[in-house]
Design a protein around this ligand. Structure first.
Ligand SMILES: C[S@@+](CC[C@H](N)C(=O)[O-])C[C@H]1O[C@@H](n2cnc3c(N)ncnc32)[C@H](O)[C@@H]1O
Length: 281
């Protein structure tokens, strides 16, 4: 492809949520290794939140949802099991779901070492059939925001089916306050993000598109290696308390409580993220 056409492709604004490439980001041999390193770095909020927060969050979850030996919990997008391990140490019956083999290997090794009976299931949570029922479903670190409206609707219906009577969902999302600081930009660099995308030399473009009407932002990465070109679409939906409540209500839930985060911090108007507790209506 000549350079003009390549640049045209890179800078053309796609329809919101027109491509879903999450699997390519999280399961690629090289990028999954980088992601695992971020998950396990307890001092940064990348891939997982920092250790101090996760400890506080799990303590709050245990308290708020009365987690005990009878509580069946599913963690959608559990990564290397930072929440599942802690919840299992509190005695809960925990299932972790993720499509990253590398993260689940790490999670499984932790569970084996500590004798924790956690069930790890590898697969895409959008399509995976799950035959168990849960008292609590978690989806933590704003993963819900990466999904299209259609995917979100189908996932919430799945959550509803998977919950025992009285069961709850806890998930977090980006707020409208957070979209205020997003701008349309274009960045080009050799080995963009210091080699995050490949162990081989490459050129990377990051093109950011903002969709004000839809409250959506796309970070589109075009990674050009000698042998191949990849495009990764990182979509983010930003929510108001009203818009997320509408989605839950349409799927047969009642929003029970809203916090600033999944550690139960009270919400304020400038919270960049917020957490929602919803129960089967
Ligand atoms: C931002 S990380 C959060 C991990 C974990 N919740 C935490 O906070 O430590 C998102 C996780 O979700 C997984 N994931 C994303 N989309 C997924 C999908 N469609 N099916 C299964 N796992 C998915 C990724 O592999 C990754 O482990």
């Amino acid at each position: 492809m000549n350079l003009y056409h390549l640049l045209e492709e890179i800078t053309t604004r796609p329809e919101p949520f027109s491509c879903y490439t999450a699997e390519a980001l999280w399961t690629n041999e090289h990028t999954s290794r980088q992601m695992l390193a971020y998950h396990l770095n307890g001092d940064v909020d990348i891939s997982s939140r920092r250790t101090e927060f996760i400890d506080r969050s799990v303590d709050w979850i245990v308290d708020f949802f009365n987690v005990g030996a009878e509580t069946a919990i599913a963690d959608f997008g559990c990564g290397p099991g930072l929440y599942t391990s802690r919840l299992a140490r509190h005695g809960a019956q925990v299932t972790g779901i993720d499509f990253s083999e590398r993260s689940l290997d790490y999670a499984g090794e932790t569970a084996a070492r500590e004798g924790l009976a956690i069930d790890y299931v590898r697969g895409n949570y959008l399509s995976l059939a799950i035959d168990r029922r849960f008292d609590l479903i978690l989806m933590i670190m704003c993963d819900y925001c990466a999904l299209s409206p259609v995917q979100r609707r189908s996932l919430l219906h799945k959550f509803r089916e998977l919950l025992n009577p009285g069961g709850a969902v806890l998930l977090d999302v980006y707020s409208l306050a957070a979209i205020e600081s997003r701008e349309e930009t274009s960045v080009f660099a050799g080995n963009l993000l210091d080699g995050f995308w490949s162990p081989n030399p490459y050129f990377g473009f990051l093109t950011t598109f903002v969709y004000p009407a839809e409250k959506v932002v796309l970070d589109k990465y075009t990674i050009i290696e000698a042998e191949r070109t990849r495009v990764i679409y990182n979509w983010l939906q930003y929510f108001s308390q009203t818009s997320i409540a509408e989605e839950f209500t349409r799927a047969g839930f009642l929003v029970d409580a809203v916090f600033s985060d999944v550690a139960g911090t009270p919400i304020t108007s400038d919270s960049l993220e917020f957490a929602v507790v919803a129960r089967r209506a």
